[in-house]
Design a protein around this ligand. Structure first.
Ligand code: DGJ
Length: 754
């Protein structure tokens, strides 16, 4: 046993040493660094001073420990609720040899298992060497500590010069780990990576329930919940992009963990290309979660001296059930991931013209809508698809990013000036990675699209995917966006992406490099977004992909909000929002109010119902305002003003699913509480009252029991017999009867601390 104790460390250079050896912030460092150490934040990463090979990371309510076993492999020792600062962390020991069929290699929870030495479990890394050898066995070499919250651990093959550096960073507030790997070829010849994960995480043997999200176009964010059994459950995208069909997020509850109780482990992969997360229960019932690049059709060549960085696979732990897990992840995303973290402003309320005009945009038509939008108190006017090239339908124009002179004879300036004069800022739709064959760009550069020469090019929505991995395509895309932003006062881009890949060939590079398109395309996408943001610091960006096809923590590092779905039917949105908020914060969840009956489900709902559903996230209006009555406009204006009074709580507070709309529930109730507990907001909906069943009494969560909170109805519903003010304890124990009955009824309430 090794005890993590206070001890002076001398093994690392000054810059890398800030090892805190107690949880109360007492840092012991090499003598040369004492002065700077005094100003450092409490350390949360500790290295066992006796062995130097047991590592402990503490953050939030979690502890994660790993170490080097007798064979030299790096393996997880513990991951769960925080243990005491002085608790002994046992040394890593190799797993048992269960039988000749189940060697210890398969029973050792390696942090980053390479394929070789008899491994049958999911490998993090698989390579082929130039001489055909495919055996890779990674052993510990050294560790460094870049700061108090991070550690880097170097592994190397037992005989060949392939190294892997594992990066660990723990967030002191939430305990969420950011893990990734850098793989480097020090061999004299190229090696081929066939599988490269970011990280593996291991859970001890127990009964578990896995939650994950799947869907389809206009039907994203379906929550699936199932028991974990022996074997693998794979969630993935092979589409070159994140995908509507599965989202790179998971949550695993132990035993009878539920929404608010029990141990829950969760994670999300920050990658917007083909990805894979494997949840694997092994022969001795341990559960391993491995995530990273999708190995399907993967091949990345590393020439001598070259490196590959994997995406980050974030993971965390909560002992407050699935709800606690989603609250931690939301808080972390706001504070650490978003481009304006740690203090992103709540989103402006936008108007978007898509459902009103589709591609029939004109200067006069957009200006008329802008006037009506401004009168509602909208902050931002966004013109959607149709303003460029020869774009009349989806058959032409993509790739030609000049303003269509028939629709906007004097360019965009008159419309932008008009929008500004109405007190709003201006946003514009683009789809930069796509091209229609009927476009000047394609006629000039037919070789710029993903394809296998001599084979058909499969068109979806009459468009092809530009190969953004090519430096010239990257330069073109950055160039036109930079010009657009430099020449026009554009505050916001809605960045769309309306198909998945097919025939992903890249024949202009040597055969052995062609599959690198899966990595280089996304790297270039991210670098364009980063460069645009650096050059135009005010710009805000939405990630859209025919709805929610590109929502992940990778794209959210560069974009301020996402479009969760093209389905804006409010009842469907309630279940979608329930799924979405498991993985992502309401801050980024754009939600438009559109027309009724809804174009997809033909369901008629009141404007108030639609507004309250959309007010659960970043509120937008996407209806055809030309059809609105004065009464509609007055309702929207009143509720937009009410939204501003609670928006910060709604999009940056803690979210509690008091009643989830999943599993066909006829009721939904969502509560958000501001971080300082000074305000709570309660949204309630009944879909169809049946057999007179009343709305369940709602006991609130997360309030200060000793404080007094006043009750205010947001849309005007009165609740006779309910006190106008009561203690947090009253609202949480006695609760509130919102008395909702009928079809598609909604009510919302504010609770303000006196
Ligand atoms: C798909 C998006 O999800 C819609 O909101 C709209 O922008 C269309 N594309 C435009 O083509």
């Amino acid at each position: 046993m090794h005890t993590l104790r206070t001890l002076q460390l001398k093994t690392f250079p000054c810059l890398h040493v800030a090892i805190g050896l107690t949880m109360i912030g007492l840092n012991f460092v090499s003598s040369a660094c004492v002065a700077s150490a005094q100003t450092m934040a409490p350390a949360v990463v500790k290295v066992d001073p006796a062995s130097g090979t047991v590592f402990r990371l503490d953050g939030g309510d979690a502890t994660y420990a790993f170490g080097v076993n007798q064979r030299g492999e790096l393996q997880q020792i513990y991951w769960g609720g925080k243990v005491a600062a002085g608790d002994p962390i046992p040394a890593a020991t190799v797993g048992i040899e269960w039988a000749s069929f189940d060697s210890s290699y398969n029973n050792t929870p390696q942090e980053y298992a390479s394929w070789g030495a008899g491994l049958f479990q999911e490998a993090a890394l698989k390579v082929t060497f130039a001489d055909g050898n495919r055996d890779l066995v990674l052993h510990y070499v050294s560790s460094t500590k870049p700061d108090a919250h991070s550690i880097e651990v170097k592994l190397k093959d037992i005989s060949r010069a392939v190294t892997v550096t594992l990066h660990y960073k723990i967030d002191p507030e939430t305990g969420i780990l950011a893990r990734s790997a850098t793989i480097e070829n020090g061999e004299p010849k190229p090696i081929l990576l066939e599988q490269a994960a970011a990280a593996s995480y291991t859970l001890p043997p127990a009964h578990y329930t896995l939650n994950y999200l799947t869907g389809r176009w206009a039907g994203e964010w379906t929550l699936n919940s199932e028991a974990i059994h022996g074997g693998e459950r794979v969630i993935e995208s092979r589409r070159g992009t994140t995908g509507h069909q599965a989202n790179p997020w998971f949550a695993i509850g132990r035993g009878d963990a539920d929404e608010e109780h029990g141990e829950t482990w969760f994670g999300a992969l920050a990658w917007s290309g083909s990805w894979r997360i494997v949840i694997e229960q092994d022969q001795l019932d341990k559960v391993r979660v491995t995530g990273g690049y999708n190995p399907f059709d993967f091949g990345y060549q590393l020439k001598p001296g070259e490196k590959l960085d994997t995406p980050i696979f974030y993971a965390g732990y909560s002992d407050h059930g699935f709800g606690g897990a989603s609250r931690l992840l939301a808080r972390f995303t706001l504070a650490q991931v978003l481009p304006r973290a740690p203090n992103p402003k709540p989103r402006p309320v936008i108007y978007n013209s898509w459902e009103a005009t589709e591609m029939n945009v004109t200067e006069a038509g957009q200006e008329a809508l802008a006037e009506k939008a401004a009168a509602l108190g909208i902050d931002r006017f966004v013109m959607d698809d149709g303003w460029f090239g020869q774009r009349k339908t989806d058959h032409a124009g993509l790739g030609d990013w000049y303003v269509n002179k028939e629709k906007f004879p004097n360019g965009l300036k008159p419309l932008i000036d008009k929008v500004h004069s109405l007190g709003m800022d201006f946003g514009l739709w683009v789809e930069p990675e796509m091209v229609n064959p009927d476009s000047d760009l394609y006629r000039k550069h037919p070789d710029w699209v993903l394809n296998f020469p001599g084979r058909p090019r499969n068109e979806e929505r009459t468009q092809l995917v530009l190969n953004l991995a090519r430096p010239d395509v990257r330069a073109y895309v950055f160039g036109f966006l930079d010009k657009l932003l430099s020449e026009n006062q554009i505050a916001f881009l809605k960045w769309d992406y309306n198909r998945n890949w097919s025939e992903p060939g890249w024949d202009q590079v040597p055969v052995e490099e062609q599959k690198e398109v899966y990595v280089k395309f996304i790297q270039n996408l991210y670098s364009i977004l980063a460069e645009l943001r650096a050059k135009h610091p005010g710009i805000e960006i939405e990630s859209c992909s025919g709805g929610g096809g590109r929502v992940d923590l990778g794209i959210l590092h560069y974009t301020d909000e996402v479009w969760p779905s093209d389905n804006t039917d409010p009842l469907d949105r309630l279940t979608q929002q329930d799924g979405f908020t498991r993985a992502y914060p309401t801050q980024v969840m754009l939600s438009w109010v559109t027309d009724s009956p809804h174009w997809m489900n033909n369901r008629a709902t009141s404007l108030t119902y639609r507004l309250l559903v959309s007010m659960e996230g970043a509120l937008g209006i996407g209806a055809n305002l030309n059809k609105w009555t004065d009464e509609d406009s007055a309702t929207a204006k009143r509720l937009i003003a009410a939204y501003h009074q609670v928006q910060k709580t709604v999009v940056q507070g803690d979210l509690y699913r008091l009643i989830s709309p999943t599993n066909g529930s006829e009721f939904t109730a969502t509560e958000m509480v501001s971080p300082d507990r000074s305000q709570a907001v309660l949204f309630t909906y009944v879909h169809a009252t049946q057999e007179g069943r009343g709305f369940p009494n709602l006991e609130l969560l997360g309030l200060d029991p000793d404080a007094t909170y006043t009750l205010t109805s947001i849309e005007g519903k009165t609740l006779p017999g309910t006190p106008a003010a009561a203690s947090g304890a009253w609202w949480m124990r006695h609760g509130i009867d919102v008395n909702l009955r009928g079809d598609f009824q909604a009510a919302a309430f504010r609770f303000d601390r006196k």
